[in-house]
Design a protein around this ligand. Structure first.
Ligand code: GSH
Length: 213
């Protein structure tokens, strides 16, 4: 498999975590979002939306390009079920997915590069205040949900896809806002626990080949 991604992209980081957790090897292909590589024809052919991540995989002799981190991780879960990232019990699974969805559709899209550029350049708004507002609101909600579900990790005592969304979201949040550990004690405790894991260290943005200090 080949992962078209970018070191600082939080959606890419989710997929790196899922691949690492499952022990699946992949080729790292960097798409430089800082120089606009995602908008070149060569990348639009991989993902018409123009972003990362995109997973290239081969199945049944056919090579397919799959965008969208949630779809990619669900595919990996179904295709490689041995080390599950999703809880088995329907209710736990649904609560875990609710957290994934909060990050995937309720927080990250609101501070994505294109959105912040639009707020700043087209709407002449304060993109930093915008990002802070939506990140704060979303993380407060995630903290409230986690109080009910967390064990060692966000949903009980096993690492799940919700943790693979939490880590990148906290990383992304720190680029734009102050993350106050006293306001988010459960999330920060779980993050500290996750950071002890080897595959998490390997997936971290600063440890990727295209990382810039
Ligand atoms: N829902 C998508 C979000 C993908 C996304 O927002 N990717 C960002 C990086 S985290 C991107 O490629 N942005 C490029 C841009 O805004 O130009 C997913 O989960 O894969």
């Amino acid at each position: 498999m080949k992962l078209f991604n970018y070191w600082r992209s939080s959606a890419s980081y989710r997929v790196r975590l899922a691949l690492g957790f499952k022990g699946l090897p992949y080729e790292y292909v960097a798409v430089n979002l800082a120089t606009g590589e995602q908008r070149l024809g060569s990348h639009l052919a991989r993902n018409p939306w123009g972003g990362v991540p995109v997973l290239e995989l081969t199945e049944g002799g056919k090579t397919v390009l799959l965008p969208q981190s949630v779809a990619i991780v669900e595919y990996l879960e179904e295709r490689y079920p041995d080390k599950p990232l999703f809880p088995k019990a329907p209710l736990e699974r649904a609560r875990m997915r609710a957290m994934v969805e909060l990050v995937n559709s309720g927080i990250q899209p609101l501070h994505n590069l294109q959105v912040l550029n639009h707020v700043k350049d087209v709407l002449h708004g304060d993109s930093k205040a915008w990002a802070e507002l939506w990140i704060g609101k979303g993380l407060d909600a995630l903290e409230a949900m986690a109080k009910d579900t967390a064990g060692k990790f966000l949903c009980g005592d096993a690492f799940t896809f919700a943790d693979a969304c939490l880590l990148p979201q906290l990383f992304g949040a720190r680029r734009f806002a102050t993350v106050d550990p006293t306001r988010l004690p459960t999330l920060i405790r779980v993050e500290t626990e996750c950071l002890k894991l080897d595959f998490v260290q390997k997936a971290r943005p600063e440890n990727q080949p295209d990382a810039v200090n």
